[in-house]
Write a protein that binds this ligand. Structure first.
Ligand code: SF4
Length: 326
């Protein structure tokens, strides 16, 4: 009998709106609807890839889950506990379990601190080791992410982009987390380095039983690391499914366009593949008009698309789509 998977994180109708100033003499308030009723689950030890263009709300989703932003509405159920209404004080034990790796490995590391201090800071804050034990732990972590333990006294500027990202990962691992939000961890890296970092994250996941939310705008890398993939468009989740299923049978016109833009190394295959070019403007996320948010760029749009915002529904086992075509 197949082993029952344990859900580590369940996000229900997660919503994050940011108030914005309205023009003079206009009434009421306006909101940037950055994340609007987003729902998904991540099983323990697995990865959910979250993709979409810049500004689609994927990073805000990650930051709201770890309560760097307070959610406007919805549930963040972590290991059975709803963290959505937790105060920052109540969040402290979860700060250790839930870590983030950031996009820019240089900006996220303090250039005045040595690598040992950067990785050791988290160990100190959480009281996870002192003296010799602390040093041993830092060396072990550097080794774990493919750096040399002797790098402990060097500064971030002495490393390449890929190595700096490895330092950021070692820092996240220092507190022995269960769940890591990888926020575009490879976007700023050279293409030749990207695969190395993704492979390392996969090895660490197997070794340490980690669970990931992997945020990216590049669908090709996400496929490699994700069990499931969610596609976001202007604050809404428009499609979600098992990684292979989503790649072979994309349903939402936006997912189809994203997939068609992935370059194929084989020139014959590439020639045969038709690229879907999206036309039209991305609407403003400030108080978007009713209906489907993709309608201005969708060649299949019909009258109902301007009236009703399609809800995410299951069309096949574990394959969800928000589109009036289904
Ligand atoms: Fe296109 Fe309508 Fe589907 Fe939106 S709901 S993606 S406009 S067909």
């Amino acid at each position: 009998m197949a082993e029952k998977k344990q859900v580590l994180l369940e996000v229900n109708n997660l919503t994050k709106f940011f108030p914005v100033k309205k023009a003079m003499f206009s009434n009421g308030k306006s909101y940037v609807k950055a994340v609007d009723r987003v729902t998904f689950k991540i099983n323990k030890g697995e990865t959910l890839g979250l993709v979409g263009e810049s500004g689609c709300g994927k990073t805000t989703t990650g930051r709201t889950i770890v309560k760097l932003y307070e959610p406007t509405a919805g549930e963040i159920i972590y290991n059975g506990v709803n963290l959505a209404k937790y105060t920052q004080q109540q969040m402290l034990p979860y700060r250790r379990k839930m870590q983030m790796i950031f996009q820019d490995p240089y900006a996220s590391l303090d250039s005045r601190m040595t690598v040992g201090d950067i990785v050791g800071e988290a160990i100190d804050i959480h009281g996870l080791g002192k003296g010799k034990e602390r040093i041993e732990k830092i060396r072990y972590l550097l080794d774990k992410v493919g750096l040399n333990g002797d790098h402990i006294s060097r500064y971030p500027h002495e490393f390449s982009g890929g190595q700096r990202q490895r330092i950021g990962i070692a820092r996240a691992l220092a507190v022995e987390p269960e769940f890591i939000i990888c926020d575009e961890p490879i976007s700023a890296l050279d293409v030749s380095i990207q695969a190395q970092v993704v492979n390392m994250l996969e090895d660490l996941q197997k070794d340490l039983g980690l669970t990931y939310l992997f945020i990216a705008h590049d669908l090709s890398m996400v496929k490699h690391i994700s069990n499931k993939i969610g596609v976001m468009y202007l604050g809404r989740m428009v499609e979600m499914g098992e990684s292979n299923e989503l790649y072979t049978h994309p349903l939402h016109p936006y997912t189809q366009a994203l997939l068609s833009s992935i370059p194929i190394p084989d020139p014959d295959e590439s020639e045969a593949k038709k690229r879907i070019v999206l036309e039209g403007e991305i609407p403003s996320p400030i108080d978007p008009p009713p209906g489907c948010r993709f309608k201005g760029r969708c060649k299949y749009a019909k009258p109902i698309c301007s009236e009703e915002d399609p809800e995410l529904k299951e069309t096949d086992k574990d394959h969800f789509v928000a589109c009036h075509l289904y």
